[in-house]
Design a protein around this ligand. Structure first.
Ligand code: NAD
Ligand code: UFG
Length: 344
């Protein structure tokens, strides 16, 4: 049966794909977004793709109780919340930590208070694999030590802890999903990742080099203790990640009592920067010119999930291959060379 779900940050990269999956599953959605890092066009396309008209948009900041109040009242009682809204640039969090603590932690606190006020205590929260810091043992299990090394990850871990405390204090049902590296796009090429300015992340940088928007990729370091010396990450197709949210929400809504889950959401496969470059070249038939440069400050050599817990608890596993991540991300880039800023 369809539920009424409130989605913060629903216009963003992961949020927009998740909204589409939820609409296709028959849910009704209320999205709260201030479009700080996204465009309303993403939500217009989500509705068009879903062929349903079941999405209300409330434009505003999650730190403002009145905005959340409006969202909670806009369609009727909310069954559950998925909380994507937040800031995610590691370097920016080092330069401006107060902004990160305000948006990520304070924003989550204001949201939780609004949920209590409106009698909704079911929440899926976007956490990150960077809470593990610079681990030495792999794959990463949820019970391993967390040791975040920058304010971005520190704020995410603090929110996890705040939510755990709520679960202990009253009957909240919470899932903190620790995402690994989401990439790719919906296979239609109509929605995807739309970074402002020069992309921070590997995957959108590669697609922009492929499209001729940038000359060459810079590979940040080839002297890490990995197979080819470049950094290893666990890349996951954004549609797999979006589906994980739908499954998590269904799971939480079936829990009769208070429950607090923390789950890695990754594939379990570690790929180096050069593996991704080669995979992209194979999937598209294009060549990605690159130079190896200095390590990027703050980067860790390797992050790779053990995804077993999500499989056991939710029955969810990532299904899509690197080839699909590259094919779909490239289709989005080709159809939308300037992202949402010009008509496809
Ligand atoms: P995104 O920037 O594309 O989406 C975030 C959305 O939140 C945007 O639409 C933005 O406009 C909105 N937003 C930001 N601050 C807001 C505020 N104060 N009030 C209302 N809306 C606000 O990012 P994403 O990649 O979709 O990430 C979603 C969540 O997942 C974030 O919390 C991020 O930290 C987390 N996460 C992302 C990654 C990743 O690699 N993309 C990895 C781990 C965790
Ligand atoms: N890299 C390059 N060149 C680039 C960009 C990245 O060589 O132009 C390398 C990095 O050094 C790293 C790998 O590619 O080894 C992945 O880097 P990304 O910037 O794509 O991703 P990160 O793992 O650094 O961080 C991302 C998000 C975080 C999130 C984290 C979850 O930026 O918000 O994934 O693992 F928390």
């Amino acid at each position: 049966m369809g539920q009424r779900i409130l989605i913060t940050g629903g216009a963003g990269f992961i949020g927009s794909h998740t909204c589409l999956v939820l609409l296709e599953a028959g849910h009704e959605l209320v999205v709260v977004d201030n479009f700080d890092n996204s465009s309303p066009e993403a939500l217009r396309r989500v509705e068009e793709l879903s062929e349903r008209s079941a999405l209300t948009v409330v434009e505003g900041d999650i730190r403002q109780p009145l905005v959340l109040d409006q969202a909670f009242r806009s369609r009727g009682a909310i069954d559950g919340v998925i909380h994507f809204a937040g800031l995610k640039a590691v370097g920016e969090s080092v330069a401006d930590p107060l902004r990160y603590w305000d948006v990520n932690l304070n924003g989550s606190r204001v949201l939780a208070a609004a949920m209590e006020q409106h009698g909704c205590r079911t929440l899926v929260f976007s956490s990150t694999s960077t809470v593990y810091g610079e681990p030495e043992q792999f794959p990463l299990r949820e019970d391993m030590t967390t040791a975040p090394v920058h304010p971005y990850a520190q704020t995410k871990l603090a929110v996890e802890q705040m939510l755990e405390a709520l679960c202990r204090s009253s009957s909240w049902r919470v899932a903190c999903l620790r995402y690994f590296n989401p990439v790719g796009a919906h296979p239609s090429g109509q929605i995807g990742e739309d970074p402002l300015g020069v992309p921070n992340n590997l995957f959108p940088f590669i697609t922009q080099v492929a499209a001729g928007r940038r000359d060459r990729l810079q590979v940040f370091g080839d002297d890490y203790p990995t197979n080819d010396g470049t950094g290893i990450r666990d890349y996951i197709h954004v549609m797999d990640l979006a589906e994980a949210h739908a499954v998590t929400l269904d799971h939480l809504l079936q829990q009769p009592v208070s429950s607090c889950l923390t789950l890695n959401i990754g594939t379990g496969t570690g790929l180096s920067v050069l593996d991704v470059v080669k995979g992209f070249e194979t999937a598209t038939g294009l060549t990605i010119p690159f130079d190896v440069v200095e390590r990027r400050p703050g980067d860790v050599p390797r992050l790779q999930a053990c995804p077993e817990q999500a499989k056991t608890v939710l029955g969810w596993t990532a299904r899509r291959s690197l080839q699909e991540m590259c094919r779909d991300g490239w289709a989005w880039q080709q159809a939308n060379p300037m992202g949402y800023r010009q008509p496809a």
